[in-house]
Design a protein around this ligand. Structure first.
Ligand SMILES: *Cc1c(COP(=O)(O)O)cnc(C)c1O
Length: 473
């Protein structure tokens, strides 16, 4: 064993002779080969990092990172069965309509404290619906964060508008001063994304939008149930969107929502998500108002998922409380290590707790720590992607979106980049455009906090962190 060689003869003999119960960390490396006292042997061997051949803290995988899934039970089953028995799976009419989607919308709007919620079939659909309602199109620049999800870019590009990347700060959300710097005479709005379960500085961004006469769209897909200083995420934007895909805080497998306090935007969203025409109370299409005659996208939500989402919404605060409690416990321990920089959380009480982000001095240390933690057993089963270096975190990083960097187009003719209206709006998207994000991505790792961690799971995570950090820092 290579580590054995690093232990001096003096140390070896001391361990052998005294069998001291308090063995220094450095002396422990590889001592399991030498000491004979079984109790001490066990303690000592546990101190060797698993990545160096020691005993891992944990052998069982951590639960998968699907917050809503862990709280699903017979309630969701009954809700879905009730809809099936009614044989009325379409939201606007049926032989025995249960109005599950309509009730979900009312309950979701009420839980947020906004006037309108429109349920749609996905978060991506919600983004497209909201941008249609807001009138996004060619000749417009729309500010998006360097750290987001590809759906944000897709919604902008599919509308023919030009995405403009703005850098993030230590919240891993938009930096307000970078938003300000990115505004031009062609900017129409800002999409702010509350990343990884914790809200960004939405008040500052709202103020900028107001000053400059821009709309603000809040993407709350990763932050359902979150709040900042007592205000729910999703109430500050002109519109806000949510996702209920399986990785999100509440889920029906797929699903989304568009929320707004504006009657007109709600009507336009409603027309856009459906056939392109608004509907009256009776579900009949309205052709009278040309401003509401849009082009439909076909993102209606069905009754089955509406019913499941009603149950999940009732469980949302239980789900987020569980994650937040686990995360705060782990974070408290990590706060004791000056060599670990934790993501800036603007309001710990409003953090949904879904993710823990750690930043290190440099890229190599982040890599070494992450690999060592994984070797200690801090990993979900093979399906999960939790506990990763942020560099391996895929399409959340702007420059990993090849379609963006290469400006590809569905029509093969360069839409929307080559449109006449966009000629003057040429932007670049390769690595280097957002230096703060580039730097944070390289030095950070991310651990999902499952919503069903036991105290024992948390103990293991903490023990693994302590063990690894005491070696690598
Ligand atoms: C998941 C997600 C979406 C898209 O939601 P889907 O329901 O998967 O289409 C949009 N934005 C962000 C920030 C997301 O995390």
């Amino acid at each position: 064993m290579a580590v054995l060689e690093s232990i001096s003869a003096d140390t070896r003999s001391r361990i052998r002779i005294t069998k001291e119960q308090t063995v220094e960390k450095q002396q422990c490396k590889g001592c399991d080969q030498i000491v004979t006292d079984p109790a001490l042997e066990d303690r000592v061997s546990r101190e060797v990092l698993a990545i160096d051949g020691g005993v891992p803290v944990r052998r069982e995988p951590l639960p998968l990172e699907f917050p809503g899934v862990h709280h699903m039970d017979e309630e969701e089953v009954d809700a879905a069965v009730k809809v099936l028995r009614s044989r009325s799976l379409f939201r606007y009419y049926g032989v025995d309509l249960q109005r599950e989607v309509a009730q979900f919308e009312e309950e979701f709007a009420q839980s947020l404290g906004v006037k309108h919620a429109l349920a749609v079939s996905s978060g991506t659909g919600a983004l497209h619906t909201a941008l249609s309602a807001l009138g996004a199109g060619p000749g417009q620049e729309i500010i998006v964060p360097a750290y987001m999800w590809v759906s944000v870019l897709a919604a902008v590009v599919n509308h023919g508008a030009i995405p403009v990347l703005a850098d993030i700060n230590q919240t891993f959300c938009l930096d307000p001063s970078e938003v300000k710097r990115s505004i031009t005479g062609r900017t129409s709005g800002i999409i702010m994304v509350h990343m990884n379960g914790a809200p960004g500085d939405v008040d500052a961004i709202r103020a900028i939008a107001d000053q400059r006469g821009l709309w603000l769209l809040e993407d709350c897909a990763q932050c359902s149930g979150g709040s900042i200083h007592g205000r729910k995420v999703g109430v500050s934007g002109d519109m806000s969107v949510f996702s209920f895909q399986m990785n999100k805080n509440m889920t029906a497998g797929e699903g989304g929502c568009v929320a707004t306090n504006d009657d007109r935007l709600h009507q336009r969203a409603s027309a856009s998500h459906d056939l392109g025409y608004a509907r009256g109370e009776d579900g009949r299409l309205n052709f009278d108002d040309l401003d509401l005659c849009l082009w439909g996208r076909g993102y209606r939500l069905d009754e089955l998922r509406g019913a499941v989402l009603r149950v999940q919404l009732r469980k949302l605060s239980t789900i987020t409380q569980a994650m937040r409690r686990s995360k705060l416990r782990i974070r408290k321990v990590l706060e004791q290590y000056p060599g670990v920089q934790l993501r800036k959380i603007l309001d710990p009480e409003g953090d949904t707790g879904a993710f823990l982000i750690l930043t290190f001095r440099d890229k190599d240390l982040a890599k070494r720590t992450n690999e060592a933690l994984r070797a200690e057993g801090i990993v979900p089963s093979s399906q999960g992607v939790s506990n990763v270096l942020m560099l391996d975190w895929g399409l959340h990083l702007y420059y990993k979106n090849r379609s963006l960097v290469e400006k590809t187009s569905a029509d093969g003719a360069g839409f929307p980049w080559q449109l006449e209206e966009n000629r003057a709006l040429q932007r670049e998207y390769g690595k280097g455009i957002c230096p703060v994000a580039d730097d944070l991505f390289e030095r950070s790792m991310l651990l999902a906090i499952p919503s069903n961690l036991t105290k024992g799971d948390e103990d293991d995570i903490i023990a693994a962190f302590r063990k690894v950090l005491s070696h690598v820092l």
